[in-house]
Design a protein around this ligand. Structure first.
Ligand SMILES: CCc1ccc([C@H](C)CC(=O)N[C@@H]2O[C@H](CO)[C@@H](O)[C@H](O)[C@H]2O)cc1
Length: 812
């Protein structure tokens, strides 16, 4: 791990792995050689961790997720191995800058947003807490699209993240499984004469494992992220070729590989596309077959499956797993239905990440029957037994039974995947206290009344390694210099910072760190957008997927309100503010794309208007992802968490901002509630209707335009948008947005406008006293220890998975 040894290893990899003499090597080559050098050092831990698993009778946490938003690996692995300085020195001696090589890494964007990034944070915490774990997912050839902003509009660019290979993964051709589709089922008599059902599929693909090491922070544990890639069983059909059917010869190859070709770029609206179901079944079947192989490899009986594997369903996307495990246990391992069902329920836990009805996945029966005929039968059987028990034990009326059923019989019959997940899991959790409560009171109410003991809350968390130590080295250095470095693995120790909020010298240092982070972000934004931001201004930031319930359009209404105030009186004493936005919209999400256009259109007018651009600036950071998120979270003064109450399940960006000393303006939604409880209501800018109040308002009949008539600033802002003031006189481009707001406003933007503006004025007031602001900022960081993914993972391990720490010894 010393600089000279690392230098030698990089040179060796340049020669033996890359095959380039240093004189000819490009930055990409040096990056690759360094990545392989670092991977070597991970692999020793990796092998020891796998060895420990094979030698000891241990239980493993298996996290099934259709998305893993890992972010760039190199910096994180240098931090977790504790060799950043040695590497920085080694590459310097070779004439390279570590930061240049870090910038060479393609970000593996195998996720959309919160759900995918949470899975990545949890993998980091599982390894750091020395819990044996496997992350199972899909190795998409193309991840989340790259976003370019052209003339204010989002443009989607294919994410060819594998174009120059991926040094962090190891292909495992020896770990492949067949996954079947289509066909029919039939009865047959087994050798014992027992009548059984077999599936006669009409298509199969092969799933091959690609493993990525997940190194814990300063421990020997190195877990595995196993991503499956689809390939044809026969990559080339010579028969077809010889008969001149050249396309037919590779047909199967093309079709099969399509399964893991691309990530669906939607987060929230359910899409119900056939390929999406193929993707979900494909990776789940490979994963469960892999677990059964591991069980066999350890000579363990099938009955011990739940003692060896705790399988967590990351939302409903992998919930077909309930039916697939039953198929593997009953059809292939010939267990009785009852035994198989007990194993299944004991094995699975289900995490729900959204209350939005349109995001709860349901599959049309005909599609299900066509692709997965045997699973449909199994789901019918599960449903029949479930409803029978419900009738028996709970004497439920038909209406109730209908509501609980796995099959939605209203109109076109559909499979309710959330219901399958609930029936097949012994634990069901939401991702923040409010969300878990709302789950019990709304979408999963009937299941809660049935099985209250299964329901629990696991408030989300984020890894302090990537989002503090790696993203904010200056703040980390100041904190460690002040309270030691225990906080990196025990964030509750951040509390020791509290007394320093009263120390003027410390506050000064705290402000200087924030200032330099803001300068760094300003430089990045200038390079990306050409927009100049002054780091002495308040950086007011909203970065997250673009969605109406997250209300980026409420934020831009505040910007327009300040714009109007300044246009009316350019000398108005407004606290100079830079409004920074970022986030991708699902390509088919019409309104969300118009919101991006509106933000950029308002920005263009504001930034070029001398009456206002000395106090107001707007910048939309293109291609918001994990990499630039690491630049943005440390540089924010104000974190915008302004979703309509009851809509944001948790949020995790809110936690990253708070841990990096930003103050939050937000509603009582998701984890905002717990952030406010932890940091103190006096250190949180609260506004807006509560969940109850939103429901009451919508029940009593909500007339959005009444709020426009009742508020001149709101009326002026809407009038300006509708007039084409921000669109070169074009009154059509934003009409759909204005009409949506004035006629339905489903996310109560108008209802919360006045309180939001008043709260923002309060923020401006507090900002005027930097000492007080800094004190509040320090207290936010000091009291945000709860929001570490380590705390969340400890709870999952102790309360759901029963997975214990296993220190890994490195044998010399
Ligand atoms: C079917 C398409 C689809 C894809 C993704 C999703 C995810 C559930 C969306 C998501 O990322 N939800 C977010 O999950 C985070 C982690 O728990 C929460 O913090 C966010 O509040 C929630 O919106 C729903 C539907």
């Amino acid at each position: 791990m010393s600089a000279p040894e690392i230098k030698k290893s990089i040179l060796d990899h340049l020669t033996y792995s890359i095959g380039r003499p240093p004189s000819l090597a490009s930055k990409q080559d040096y990056y690759k050689a360094l990545a392989l050098t670092v991977r070597d050092r991970l692999q020793q831990h990796w092998v020891e961790t796998v060895q420990a698993y094979l030698e000891q009778d241990l239980k493993v946490a298996c996290y099934l997720s259709a998305e893993f938003l890992m972010g760039p690996h190199l910096g994180n692995n240098l931090l977790n191995l504790g060799i950043e300085n040695e590497v920085r020195q080694a590459v310097k001696e070779m004439g390279c800058e570590l930061d240049e090589l870090l910038a060479e890494e393609e970000e593996p964007g195998l996720g959309n947003g919160g759900l995918g990034r949470l899975a990545a944070c949890y993998m980091d915490s599982l390894a750091t807490l020395e819990r044996l774990a496997l992350g199972y997912g899909i190795r998409y050839e193309f991840g989340i699209f790259d976003q370019e902003i052209r003339d204010g509009w989002q443009c989607e660019i294919t994410d060819k993240w594998l174009r120059s290979g991926n040094p962090w993964e190891i292909a495992k051709p020896e770990i492949t499984y067949y996954v079947n589709f289509g066909g029919h089922t039939e009865y047959y008599r087994d050798e014992a004469g027992a009548e059984r059902i077999r599936w006669v599929p009409d298509r199969a693909v092969k799933g091959m494992a690609y493993d990525t090491p997940i190194q814990g922070y300063r421990v020997n544990t190195c877990n595995t992220l196993r991503l499956w890639s689809a390939e044809a069983c026969e990559s080339f059909d010579f028969q077809a070729f010889n008969t001149g059917d050249y396309y037919g010869a590779v047909d199967d190859k093309v079709i099969s590989e399509t399964i893991t070709k691309v990530l669906y770029p939607n987060d929230e609206p359910e899409i119900g596309k056939r390929l999406r179901l193929l993707q979900q079944y494909f990776f789940v079947s490979c994963s469960l077959q892999d677990m059964l192989r591991l069980l066999d490899a350890q000579g363990q009986p099938t009955q011990r499956f739940p003692e060896k594997f705790a399988v967590q369903l990351n939302d409903t996307h992998p919930s077909i797993g309930v039916a697939e495990l039953m198929r593997l246990l009953v059809d292939e391992r010939r267990l009785s239905w009852e035994d198989a069902w007990d194993i299944t329920v004991l094995t699975f836990g289900y995490t729900n990440h959204t209350l939005l009805p349109e995001a709860l996945e349901t599959w049309p029966l005909p599609l299900f029957r066509e692709l997965l005929p045997r699973h449909l039968e199994i789901i019918y059987e599960i449903n029949a037994r479930f409803l029978a028990s419900v009738r028996e034990t709970h004497h439920q009326d038909d209406e109730h039974v209908k509501r609980l059923s796995l099959i939605d019989e209203n109109g076109e019959k559909r499979i309710r995947m959330a219901h399958l997940a609930c029936v097949g899991s012994h634990a069901i959790n939401g991702v923040a206290a409010l969300h878990s409560e709302l789950l019990k009171r709304s979408v999963l109410k009937d299941f809660y009344e049935l099985w209250p003991e299964r329901f629990n809350n696991k408030t989300n968390g984020v890894t302090p390694r990537r989002f503090m130590a790696l993203a904010n080295p200056k703040l980390s250095e100041l904190i460690t210099r002040t309270i030691g470095d225990g906080w990196i693995t025990h964030t509750e120790e951040l509390r020791m910072l509290e007394p320093f909020s009263e120390d003027a010298a410390f506050r000064k240092e705290w402000r200087l760190v924030k200032q330099s982070n803001k300068q760094q972000l300003a430089d990045y934004i200038l390079k990306q957008t050409g927009i100049e931001l002054d780091p002495s201004w308040m950086f007011d930031v909203q970065v997250k997927r673009i969605h109406e319930y997250k209300r980026q359009h409420l934020n831009i209404l505040h910007v327009i309100t300040l714009y109007n105030r300044l246009k009316r009186d350019p000398k108005l004493a407004i606290a100079p503010r830079a409004f920074i936005f970022g986030g991708k919209a699902a390509p088919g999400y019409f309104i969300a794309k118009r919101i991006i256009k509106l933000i950029n259109a308002v920005g263009e007018v504001v930034n070029n208007d001398p009456d206002v651009n000395k106090k107001l600036r707007v910048a939309f950071v293109p291609n918001f992802n994990v990499q630039n998120g690491q630049l943005i979270y440390p540089a924010a003064d104000l974190s915008e968490q302004i979703s309509m109450a009851g809509k944001e399940a948790s949020g995790t960006g809110n936690m990253k901002f708070t841990l990096n000393g930003a103050l939050t303006i937000g509603t009582l939604d998701g984890a905002n509630v717990e952030i406010r409880d932890e940091v103190g209501e006096e250190n949180f800018f609260l506004f807006g209707l509560t969940t109850e109040e939103t429901l009451r308002l919508q029940q009593q009949g909500y007339r959005p335009y009444a709020y426009v008539e009742g508020n001149s600033e709101l009326a002026e802002a809407i009038r300006l948008i509708a007039s084409g003031h921000f669109s070169h006189g074009d009154t059509e481009v934003f009409r759909p947005l204005v009409d949506n707001l004035c006629q339905s406003d489903p996310f109560l933007v108008f209802a919360d406008y006045a309180d939001y503006i008043a709260c923002q004025d309060k923020v401006a007031g507090v900002w005027k006293d930097p000492e007080n602001w800094t004190r509040m900022s320090i207290l936010n960081t000091a009291r945000a220890g709860k929001f570490s993914s380590d705390r969340a993972i400890r709870e999952y391990c102790d309360e759901i998975w029963d997975v214990r720490p296993v220190p890994i010894m490195i044998k010399d």
